[in-house]
Write a protein that binds this ligand. Structure first.
Ligand code: ARG
Length: 570
């Protein structure tokens, strides 16, 4: 069954179409009615009639009486007020529908490239954003029935590995493993870097080591693997702590494409796309110019013969389409890499690796800022460990939980504190338009008031508490009555769920789902203030319990798609 919005739009489209083929009703939720169609305004100019006349012509041919009442308003808007019967009937259907009206679509194979931290480097807040946004997109696509292939494009190759391996040898394997396994990746990296900068013989050794690594020397590969394994094990701990569905099996790092790079170069040469520029092998995709107005190259092979970041990404696109059979590919990476991806996509299209029917998109995002509105760093100017952020949030949540519920057991308090902490951090990230920067403000994000993750968790838990008091698990399947304006407003909100999910997936913008959930929670809270539930007369009580149940399930389902738990009790 299509959503309420889709059903109304369909009828209106038909009528608009009859008046002027292809005309769009431009239907939106409205404060003046349930929905408003503004399409007559644009059409008026085309038809040389007044908008009200056009609106009247549309209404004359509109077949919608079984769903809604319509009237012309203002300069030529068509106000749409949905019939109570239609709404109630749809709500009843939802009570027995586990997916709350969201239909599975025919599965698409979707590759999502996200998280992608770098070996022997601490994950920074940019990786937090990529991880949290990517995880939510993966959940959303899976929910719609898509087959999701997660790709953790870990940075596990390149010249720094020479110095990292030499440093590992200096420390001794056991010592190195111990230091990496506590997750102190940055100090390992910094120590290697310091020696590299200060010590000529270390520099020499490191360079020689890069050569052995690239030529496939077995012992060098083994040492490199230690660095990779330790780092990936650490990343997995972070994912688990964040409750993110990425595992070691999703790691297909840059090095995985090493054997493809020569053939990428070869293919590009065969298609006459390669140009030598200052000793490097480049492609100049049309339409990309630098600040100086000169055409911008995508460097495939550097002048020192090494392959870089771009070559790997080209090999990855080719693999994702050619071997994995992707219908859609998403790269959840910060905005600064926008030009890089546009160029990679463009070259991949030129080379024929990315046919036009494959949707390929850079899901870009802004920065996380500190309270000073500069890049978020620790007081000493270092990158902030994600784990430390989560620990701080958990600590704050634990204090709050034990203050509010002194009787709670240690274990439950701990698990609740973790759920609340993750909700706080993830929701703060997901609820801002991803292209915008946001300030990392723990107090605000963990607060149970305002547009926060914990607020939505409370809203859900409060409804579950209502059911506990009623002594039932679920509401009886009655037809909701919708007499009060706040009941009606809540019902309309609940019926918007499939559209919210669809719009979120279509735009890869989790903040749309967040605003939807926040709106539903607020509609519920108004309803709950105005309409007694458990003390309502028989009949009304069951109807209101049904609305409450649908709200709780919508919130829980929505939070799950954001990667946030919805505890039964807070
Ligand atoms: N490792 C990179 C970084 O930390 C991100 C990689 C993004 N994915 C890709 N296919 N290039 O910036």
């Amino acid at each position: 069954m299509s959503s309420l919005y889709a059903a109304l739009e369909e009828r209106l489209s038909r009528a608009f179409d009859a008046v002027s083929p292809g005309a769009d009703p431009v239907l939106r939720p409205s404060e003046h009615a349930d929905f408003q169609a503004n399409g007559a305004l644009g059409l008026a100019k085309v038809l040389g009639q007044s908008p009200r006349e056009v609106a009247q012509r549309v209404i004359d041919v509109l077949d919608i009486a079984d769903l809604a009442r319509v009237e012309i308003a203002g300069p030529g808007f068509i106000n749409v007020v949905v019939s109570v019967d239609e709404m109630s009937q749809r709500l009843v259907d939802l009570l027995s529908n586990e997916r709350l009206g969201v239909e599975r679509r025919s599965a698409r194979r979707v590759v999502i490239d996200y998280s992608a931290p770098n070996v022997a480097k601490e994950m920074h807040v940019g990786h937090l954003r990529s991880t949290v946004i990517g995880d939510s997109l993966a959940r959303l696509h899976r929910f719609l029935g898509d087959e999701v292939i997660a790709r953790n494009h870990v940075g596990d190759w390149g010249t720094p590995f020479g110095m990292l391996i030499e440093h590992l040898l200096d420390l001794g394997e056991a010592e190195a493993v111990a230091s990496l396994s506590v997750g102190d990746l940055d100090s390992f990296y910094r120590a290697a870097r310091a020696k590299f900068d200060a010590d000529e013989t270390f520099r020499e050794r490191s360079r020689a080591r890069v050569v052995s690594l690239q030529s496939g020397d077995e012992e060098t590969r083994r040492l490199w693997q230690i660095l990779v394994d330790q780092s990936v094990a650490y990343f997995s701990e972070v994912y688990e702590a964040l409750d993110v569905e990425l595992t070691a099996a999703d790691v297909v790092g840059e090095s995985a494409y090493n054997d493809d790079l020569e053939s990428v170069l070869h293919d590009l040469a065969a298609k006459d796309l390669l140009v030598e520029s200052e000793g490097a092998q480049c492609v100049f995709p049309p339409g990309f110019v630098g600040r100086d107005g000169e055409p911008q190259p995508l460097i495939v092979r550097k002048s020192d013969d090494g392959f870089g970041y771009a070559a790997t990404d080209l090999a990855a696109v080719r693999d994702r389409v050619g071997r994995l059979g992707a219908d859609e590919i998403y790269y959840v990476v910060g905005s600064p890499q926008s030009q890089h991806f546009q160029m990679v996509f463009s070259v991949a299209r030129l080379a024929g690796w990315l046919p036009e029917w494959v949707h390929c998109e850079h899901v870009a995002f802004g920065s996380v800022l500190g309270p000073d509105r500069k890049m978020f760093k620790s007081r000493t100017g270092e990158t902030v460990k994600l784990i430390a952020l989560l620990d701080d949030a958990t600590e704050a949540a634990r204090r709050e939980v034990t203050a509010r519920r002194p009787e709670i057991g240690v274990e439950e308090a701990e698990s609740l504190a973790r759920d609340v902490a993750r909700a706080a951090i993830k929701y703060a990230d997901l609820s801002t338009d991803r292209l915008r920067d946001y300030v990392f403000d723990l107090d605000r994000m963990i607060s149970a008031e305002g547009d926060t993750g914990p607020y939505l968790q409370y809203a859900h838990a409060r409804i579950r508490a209502l059911f506990r008091r009623a002594g039932i698990e679920r509401a009886p399947h009655v037809t909701p009555l919708l007499h009060e304006p706040s009941e009606r407003a809540l019902a309309l909100g609940l019926l918007g769920w499939p559209d919210a999910v669809e719009a979120t997936v279509r735009t890869s913008q989790p903040h749309r789902l967040c605003s939807y959930l926040f709106d539903v929670a607020q509609r519920f809270s108004t309803f709950y203030e105005e309409c007694p539930v458990l003390n309502a007369p028989e009949g009304v009580r069951e109807s209101r319990l049904a609305l409450a149940e649908l709200t709780a399930r919508t919130l829980a389902q929505g939070l799950a798609l954001l990667g946030i738990a919805a505890p039964e009790q807070m």
